[in-house]
Each structure stands twice: as C-alpha cells, then as structure tokens.
Write a protein that binds this ligand. Structure first.
Ligand code: ADP
Length: 392
C-alpha cells in the first residue's frame, strides 16, 4: 500500500464533480487497442458521428494526450470550447447532438510536444470529465491512447462502469495485443463490449467492391475463443484516409459506401450490445458479487469492520474472475462498492435497515446465516439458483 496519498478539499471536490457528470451519461465506451495505427481513433470518430446521426446524444472525448487526432478527423480544429451562461465550460459543439473534447485546442500550437507526468495526466483527464459540462448523453465515446498505460488505467478508475471496445487488425501481432488488452480489462474490472476488426479485407478504389486481399476473420475467431462479442469488421478503404485527413468522417460523407455500411453494422451491434449488457445486470446474467471476508475462506460477519472483499465476476453462470480487494482505510464503504461497480453484496444476517442501505445504492443483498460457509461455495450456490431461474 502507498505510504503517501495526495488528499485535499479541491481533489475531493473534483471527484464529486466527475461523479455528477457521469451520472448523466447512460453508456460510456472506451475505445482501446494494443498498439497504435490500427485505426482506433478512426473507429472512435466514426462510431461517435454514426451514433449522433441516429439521433443519440453523443460525446466524444479524446484522451490521447500525446497525439490528439480527433479535432483533425472531425475537421473541427477551429471550434472552441463554449462558455455557458452560468460560467461553466461546455464541450465543443460539433453538431446539435455531438459534442467533443480534446487537449488539442488547449495547446499553444499544433505541433506542441506535450510532456505529461503521471499525476498531471490523471488530473487532466478528470478535468475533462468533471469541469466540462457534457450535459445528458446517451453515449460517451472515449478515444484512449494505445496500450495499457496510465490513461486507460485512469479511465478505468475514474469511469468504472465504462465498457471497453477493443480495436484490432487481422494480423497475428495485433491479435496477441488483443489478449493483453482483454487481460488488462479483467484486471481493472472493465467490462468488455467486444472486438472490432479494422482493415479487414480491401475495398477497390475503382469498382468499390470488397476484395479479400489480406487475411481476415482473425478478430472474430479470437473473440469466440476469448468469449467476448465480435462487433464487426471494417475493410481497408482509401477513402477512410482521405475523409480522415479532410475532417469528414466516412459515415457522414459517403453514407452509401460499403465501408460506411460496415460502420453502420458496427454501430447497430454496439447499440444492441450496450443495451444487452445493461439488461444482463437486471436479469443477473452478469453479476459482480462482493463478499466481505475476514480470511480467504471466511465471511466477515460485521460489514462495518470489513476491510477485505472477495469480488466475483459472473457471466451467464460462469465465474470469469475472482479477486480479493482491500478497501482503503479512509474510503467510505458506499464509495468503495460503487467504485468496484458491485451488483450484489453478501451480508451475514443483515437487519432490514442494513439491507435497505445497500438496496438504496442499487445493490442486491444476498443474506446468509452460514458463518462457516466458504465464500466460493456461497457464490456457486447462488449462481445455480439464478441459472435455474434464468433458463426456466
Ligand atoms: P490509431 O488511432 O489506432 O493510431 P488511426 O485511426 O489514427 O489509428 O489510423 C491510422 C491511419 O490508418 C490513419 O491514417 C487512418 O486514416 C488509417 N486507417 C484507419 N482505418 C482505416 C481503414 N479501414 N482503411 C484505410 N485506412 C485506415
């Protein structure tokens, strides 16, 4: 555990503002990739623009602090942050239902090299979310930098209910990176929305037809192997580069093209996957069960004394990950459970008042009077109950 932790009124206020903003956003999607150049920003931009064209309220946040590319791809470098009547800064308005934000308009010149230290990066990302008014949104699409470094980690911690969308290309090396990204998501407990295979097949610039020039389908196979959704494939299309450079995303500028149609399919799958993931929580097809423990095999009877928690991610009857997490001494239990995005909590003989306290946080309370039961067995037993109900 860290010996020193930065604390202060202003930091706490910032966290509060971040939470307020996030509560107004229905779905948060972090677009990530194992390495650069696979088309992560291209997918993020076309996904955001495509969703906005379907009348969703959308925000697009460029967290690539070192190489922001969203303003260029949107052709919106001249647009500025808006100031609202109450003095608060608003995200940049691209269209009536698409707002975006990038570090680029805040830099002195286009070529400014930005050197960020870790803590500053974290604070900048929190400011992007907490200090800028995003309003009510259906989707916030976040373009994270490649890899599994500071920024994706900050987003996972700041927006624990974000879903990860992983972009890959069909090449073997890129697919290996996907496994790394999936493992990262499991470690930081980000739920995975699915995988997109970009640069999959080739669209002939002359006849506009799809040609299977390169290997394709690796992303889909990997998705099946890893048990995550395959959200779609986007072909290699020279117009993606041209429209990206010209600031006119292909979904808006060539809506009839094969590539725009591929993005349309992707967007349809994203919309249904986000709705499905929300439903899964309601129907308990996805659960994150928290059990206060005193030792690895014993439940802690007094929740108010609990420091260690066993957390189980359960999807459609299977335990995907089990983890033991220590609640920081100075963290409120409610905050801790929210940060872990727990859906269920197991309590030892709770009073109705205690159960209600957790229900009000949006958690289902599972009660036990078996003080000697092994937490793993409690979870397995509950999974059986849920599954027989779900499949009845
Ligand atoms: P990343 O964000 O992963 O670094 P970008 O989205 O910036 O990648 O894309 C890298 C380059 O590849 C850009 O020039 C972009 O126009 C191009 N590109 C991305 N996707 C495609 C595609 N499907 N067909 C052709 N070029 C693409």
């Amino acid at each position: 555990m860290a010996l020193l932790k930065e604390k202060g009124f202003l930091l706490d206020q910032q966290d509060k503002r971040v939470k307020e903003q996030l509560s107004k956003i229905k779905h948060k999607i972090m677009v990530m990739s194992g390495k650069g150049g696979v088309g992560k920003s291209t997918v993020a931009v076309n996904l955001a623009v495509g969703l906005s064209l379907q009348d969703f309220m959308v925000g697009l946040l460029d967290v690539d602090l070192h190489g922001p590319s969203i303003p260029k791809m949107l052709g919106a470098r001249d647009l500025k942050l808006t100031r609202r009547p109450d003095g608060k800064l608003g995200a940049i308005k691209y269209s009536p239902n698409l707002k975006f934000l990038s570090i680029e308009p805040l830099l002195p010149s286009e070529d400014s090299a930005v050197i960020w230290r870790g803590p500053i990066k974290i604070s900048a990302i929190k400011q992007f979310i907490g200090d800028i008014d995003w309003g009510e949104l259906d989707y916030l699409v976040i373009d994270a930098p490649p890899g599994t470094g500071d920024e994706p980690l900050t987003i996972a911690k700041t927006i624990p209910d974000a879903y990860a969308l992983i972009v890959t290309t069909p090449q073997e090396v890129s697919l290996i990176d996907v496994k790394k990204s999936i493992r990262f998501c499991q470690k930081v407990k980000l739920r995975i929305l699915g995988i997109v295979e970009n640069m999959s097949g080739f669209i002939c610039p002359h006849c506009g037809k799809a040609i299977d020039l390169f290997k394709r389908g690796g992303g889909q196979k990997l998705a099946e192997e890893m048990g995550v959704r395959f959200l779609g494939r986007i072909p290699v299309d020279p117009r993606v580069v041209d429209t990206g450079d010209a600031g006119r995303p292909i979904v808006g500028s060539y809506p009839e093209s094969v590539t725009a149609k591929a993005f349309e399919d992707l967007i349809r799958n994203v919309v249904s996957a986000t709705e499905e993931m929300r439903r899964e929580v309601l129907e308990e097809a996805f659960m994150r069960i928290a059990i206060p423990i005193s030792t690895p095999t014993k439940i802690e009877k007094d929740i108010n004394q609990a420091v260690l928690f066993a957390l189980y991610d359960v999807e459609k009857g299977k335990i995907l990950v089990k983890d033991v997490v220590r609640k920081p001494d100075d963290q409120d239990l409610n905050e801790f459970l929210k940060e872990q995005v727990a859906t269920h909590i197991v309590l030892f003989e709770p009073t109705p008042e205690l159960a209600e306290r957790f229900n009000l946080l949006g958690l289902r309370v599972l009660a036990t009077d078996e003080e000697k039961a092994n937490p793993d067995d409690l979870v397995k037993e509950y999974i059986e109950q849920v599954e027989s109900r779900r499949t009845a």
